[in-house]
Design a protein around this ligand. Structure first.
Ligand code: ADP
Ligand code: MG
Length: 231
């Protein structure tokens, strides 16, 4: 397997500060962070073959060093259920990207497992010039973006600190289950926080890391999108 250090070195050689999603997810896998299974297709035919291997439904996403926010340029199409839908989505994504970012270099199209929707959390890290790596936790969507309901700890964190981070956000009761939503697997979130802590502690060159969103289930969790920015 390609190691995190090699991925960072390759990005630097290519003058990139931002890792591509498949690169960021490969780094996550090395540290035991669960991610949706994926493969990078270079042709429509590849995409169909990979989708079959991964199993339907799948998601297709643009992979480009020039595109950070993929859905803003029509670069993400979810819930594809057949070879025909994958073929159409492949062509559609390239068309959308060409329209929005005509100069963008295209590395390929990411074919990935579709994670069933569930409670979404965000796990992140930012490097503070004074305190070093700070870990962030919050619930997805409006909780982080509108209400700024997030919590921080300086890495490395302990098991207890990971647990505190989760229980101290205001939205915590939502993780314990409500109406038709079953309780979320808190231990799975703790594990991801600890793994993220290890990752940023061992790689000081990480300036920013974003697992957004992470779907949390009754049992287990899965990172749907990962971003890593180097210094
Ligand atoms: P970006 O943040 O660059 O626009 P994302 O990879 O986060 O792109 O995709 C946008 C949205 O599409 C996600 O927030 C999520 O709601 C949905 N999505 C992306 N990948 C998956 C997946 N594998 N399974 C389920 N939903 C997904
Ligand atoms: Mg995202």
């Amino acid at each position: 397997m390609v190691k995190a250090a090699e991925i960072f070195a390759k990005a630097r050689r290519e003058n990139r500060k931002s890792l591509l999603e498949p690169e960021a997810k490969t780094v996550c896998i090395e540290y035991g962070i669960p991610v949706t299974s994926f493969k990078v297709a270079k042709t429509e035919k590849d995409a169909v073959e990979y989708a079959k291997g991964i199993g339907y439904p799948v998601v297709l996403k643009i992979v480009s060093p020039d595109i950070i926010h993929k859905s803003d340029v029509g670069g993400v199409i979810v819930n594809l259920k057949s070879a025909e839908e994958v073929q159409n989505a492949y062509a559609q994504i390239l068309k959308n990207v060409k329209k929005h970012e005509p100069k963008a270099k295209i590395t390929g199209v990411l074919v990935q497992e579709m994670a069933p929707s569930s409670t979404e959390v965000i796990i992140g890290a930012v490097k503070d010039p004074q305190f070093g790596q700070a870990l962030m936790f919050g619930l997805g969507g409006i909780f982080v973006e509108v209400l700024k309901d997030v919590t921080f700890r300086i890495a490395p964190i302990t098991d207890d600190e990971a647990h505190e981070m989760i229980t101290e956000v205001k939205a915590y009761p939502l993780l314990k289950g409500y109406r038709n939503t079953p309780p979320a697997d808190i231990d799975a979130i703790i594990k991801i926080l600890l793994s993220t802590s290890n990752l940023v502690t061992e790689h000081e060159e990480i300036k920013e890391l974003d697992l957004n969103p992470v779907m949390v289930y009754k049992k287990g969790a899965k990172t749907v999108d990962a971003r890593i920015i180097l210094e």
